[in-house]
Design a protein around this ligand. Structure first.
Ligand code: KG4
Ligand code: ZN
Length: 336
């Protein structure tokens, strides 16, 4: 079954053709990041406008790259939640139009479920059940993926998402948006033990995260040093901060796996590209004899191939929509 998938939840307009949830025939991404960088973050109104401009050429290119026309497509899939509402609506309305004009089924896909599904492309043998750490710019969850479309949240952030904390710390150090990638790169040359940063925990919720105190601690460290005229080594700050965030993520994720008796672990979302997170989890899982699956680095960020992958399983479970499909800024991954 070949699915034409569309993604427009944030600042990437993307389309892809994916067969049976696993084989990517094409994947096109038009990124708006350069424009948003001027403002230090995503400007929702600009994002919606750029999606509206890019969607026709991006979908056309996805079909061309797959050497297909709409006649060779079996279903249309689209990210419908969560995300920027104006941005989501561009993809949803376009997908509804395509489904209506072709008579093809329309499959709504939850953005975080699609991040998890990027792993079905990178790891062809991977099947649920497994425990997944979903870490993106807007969310940080530990999710038990009981089946392709059945998920249970085990832990979540109480405030900032991990990606958001990375981006805000990076911005304070003058790095361009989205700073997480640059912070990760600079951290490679620093000492993770140079600065002592807190590891916040949430009382009575051992799997939940809290990153805002950690973010404030690093921002205070930078501001205090600047006020006193002390020059701090940027690489050391990046390395210490990255170590603290990754430590919090891995501690709770491993504890959850241990407590639940799960030995198959998966990571997903933009922050799953983080070098230290990948290394630490590989080591920790290796020591325990657990299996760890990660998306290829090109599939960690937003793309439509992952939407096409998840859509296949949503379709098989009977999850299709009519032309009354709406977009939602927030939506639990459990409801999907
Ligand atoms: O999943 P994603 O592409 O978009 C959302 O759904 O939010 O995640 C984007 C987030 C940004 O905060 C970005 O800074 C972060 O992922 N990110 C990273 C790395 N690469 C991307 N954070 C830390 N280390 C990285 N290597
Ligand atoms: Zn995302």
């Amino acid at each position: 079954m070949k699915i034409l998938a569309i993604e427009s939840s944030c600042d990437e307009t993307a389309a892809a053709v994916v067969e049976d949830g696993r084989t990517v025939h094409s994947s096109i991404i038009a990124s708006q990041v350069e424009e948003h960088r001027l403002y230090g973050g995503v400007v929702p109104e600009i994002a919606s406008r750029r999606h509206a401009e890019a969607i026709v050429p991006v979908v056309t290119q996805a079909l061309e790259q797959a050497s297909l026309t709409l006649d060779g497509i079996d279903a249309i899939a689209v990210t419908y939640a969560p995300g920027l509402i104006g941005a989501l609506l561009v993809g949803v309305n376009f997908a509804k139009g395509l489904a209506l004009s072709t008579g093809l089924p329309l499959v709504p896909v939850h953005h975080l479920r699609s991040h998890i599904a990027s792993n079905y492309i990178s790891n062809q043998e991977l099947k649920p059940p497994f425990l997944c750490l979903v870490v993106s710019g807007g969310h940080s969850h530990i999710v038990m993926v009981e089946d392709y479309t059945k998920m249970k949240i085990i832990g979540r952030t109480r405030d900032d998402a991990a990606g958001e904390a990375f981006d805000k710390a990076a911005r304070t150090m003058g790095m361009p948006y989205p700073g997480g990638i640059e912070l990760d790169r600079v951290a490679e040359g620093g000492d993770p033990l140079a600065f002592k940063l807190p590891r916040p925990t949430v009382h009575d919720a051992p799997y939940d995260f809290s990153f805002s105190g950690l973010k404030t601690a690093v921002i205070n460290l930078l501001h205090n040093s600047a006020q006193k005229g002390i020059e701090v080594n940027k690489a050391d700050v990046c390395a210490s901060f990255r170590y603290a965030v990754v430590d919090c993520l891995c501690t709770n994720f491993i504890k959850a796996a241990q407590d639940l008796g799960v030995d198959k672990l998966v990571i997903a979302g933009g922050v799953s590209a983080n070098s230290l997170l990948r290394r630490t989890l590989s080591d920790e899982c290796g020591k325990r004899g657990w299996k760890l699956y990660m998306p290829g680095k090109s599939l960690c960020g937003d793309n439509a191939a992952m939407v096409g992958a998840q859509a296949y399983y949503e379709y098989l479970s009977g999850n299709t929509a009519g032309t009354d499909l709406n977009a939602y800024a927030t939506m639990s991954i459990e409801k999907g």
